[in-house]
Design a binder for this molecule. Structure first.
Ligand code: CA
Length: 450
């Protein structure tokens, strides 16, 4: 079985702009797209689990990478001896699983680029720029590897305490039981690129991304328009989510930077997000990390039916506490409970063809609250709102029963922003909590028996 690195789309050499010190020439658009700044307010990955990048090796001298490289505490560099007795001589920053040595030089650019997306901290910033990474060279300098090298790499990573693996490689190859079991038994999260074949991996399997394992995430590449890239594999069952994979700036050997594209560039952003999350929640299991990353995506219409979550990575969304703490949905309910906002102006949207007025002003209606939703009732209408946070967006699905017309309606309402959600304080009569259940039962009866 031959496994290739995911070939990148044509590279764009990074060019400095004419006016150094003005607008940043380092366009890291993907960081904005996944809400990195908000995520970094909670975690940079510092103190998180060790990450192993299984790749072509990496340039340990790159000024953007040096700071965050794992260093084997038991090994004295360059003395030609296996000081820590693990069977590998001078394995200082990682392991060469091909030559079974400590030499992890990058045989190309791939591993250095992928590593920078995770943990660079210099001219370029990785999404987890506080993380610690080790390089494990699984590809020879001609770009080939085999299952034996990959399994040795996983053994080494596990032995040294790595708990997140980045695998920006794969192939439309036959299922391999040995690799499947090795990954299944790894006590951490494995992030795999979905592949650059441009095909539906539900029909043409791609491995290892296609292994159906609770500790493995498969990542497609999406564009600046949040569309699955032309070359990215996809699959509503076999691919979990997308992450930006177009024109991603990162490190390459020789202290340089380059822009590259592909699922190889998408996967490390999910790896980085897993580190951010695991740094905050050291007790989380790999399956829990995966679930939180998938729950935090920005769900987008163009990704429905393409990836299982229907969304693109959002690092801040992954870190959002879904049960406690100041995330947006929680804050929304808190505000309502405090009567700061407890009626809503809703814009139906100008083009929905709905004969009702474009704005439904609920300012003078009675308001009913519960943990599950917000129901609003008046003489001729009952409304039930189900709110869900997606990143910095609050998606409210409104279902209602219009008694005058004896009809039901349902439409989503999208509210963006943090504390300044567009709710207007009303003069409203509030339904006492003691009547919530009655009112909800009334609504549900009306919904089920028009
Ligand atoms: Ca050693």
């Amino acid at each position: 079985m031959k496994i290739r690195t995911q070939p990148s789309a044509p590279n764009t050499r990074f060019r400095l702009q004419d006016s150094p010190g003005e607008a940043s020439p380092l366009d890291q658009w993907a960081l904005d797209r996944v809400d990195a700044t908000a995520a970094w307010q909670r975690s940079t990955g510092a103190g998180g689990p060790l990450v192993a990048v299984l790749d072509t090796g990496l340039d340990c001298t790159h000024p953007d990478l040096r700071k965050n490289l794992w260093t084997n505490p038991g090994e004295i560099p360059g003395n030609g001896r296996d000081d820590d007795g693990n069977g590998v001589i001078d394995d200082v920053h990682g392991f060469n699983a091909v030559a079974q040595s400590g030499d992890i030089h990058d045989g190309g650019e791939h591993g250095t680029h992928v590593t920078g997306i995770i943990a660079a901290d210099g001219a370029v910033r990785g999404l987890a720029h506080g993380a610690t990474v080790m390089g494990i060279k699984i590809f020879d300098d001609n770009g080939y590897t085999d299952v034996g090298a990959v399994c040795r790499a996983i053994d080494y990573a596990q032995q040294q305490g790595a708990r997140i693996l980045n695998c920006s490689w794969g192939g439309a190859v036959e299922f391999n039981q040995e690799l499947y079991e090795k990954m299944r038994d790894f006590p951490g999260l494995i992030v795999c690129s979905a592949g650059n074949g441009g095909s539906n991996s539900d029909e043409v399997p791609h491995y290892p991304s296609g292994f159906d394992l609770p500790n493995l995430i498969s990542v497609a590449a999406s564009s600046r328009q949040d569309k699955i890239g032309f070359t990215s594999c996809y699959g509503p069952q076999s691919v979990d989510l997308s992450a930006p994979g177009e024109q991603i700036l990162s490190t390459v050997p020789g202290g340089r930077h380059k822009v590259k594209s592909g699922t190889s560039q998408a996967a490390p952003q999910v790896t980085a997000t897993a580190v951010l999350l695991a740094a905050l929640q050291p007790e989380a299991t790999p399956a829990q990390l995966k679930a939180q990353i998938l729950a935090g995506v920005d769900r987008l219409p163009q990704l429905q039916g393409k990836v299982a979550s229907g969304g693109r990575l959002n690092a801040a969304g992954a870190l959002a506490d879904r049960h406690h703490g100041p995330h947006l949905l929680h804050q929304f309910y808190e505000d309502i409970q405090d009567e700061r906002h407890w009626a809503v102006q809703m814009d139906n949207g100008p083009d929905d063809g709905d004969p009702r007025p474009g704005r439904l002003d609920l300012g003078d209606q009675r308001v009913l609250l519960s943990e599950q939703g917000l129901a609003i009732s008046e003489s001729n209408m009952l409304v039930w709102l189900e709110a869900e946070q997606q990143g910095e967006r609050l998606i409210i699905d409104q279902r209602g029963f219009d008694r005058d017309r004896e009809g039901f309606y349902s439409y989503p309402l999208h509210l963006e922003g943090g504390p300044d959600l567009p709710f207007d304080p009303p003069d409203a009569e509030r339904i006492p909590a003691s009547q919530w259940e009655t009112a909800r039962a009334e609504f549900e009866a009306a919904w089920s028996n028009p």
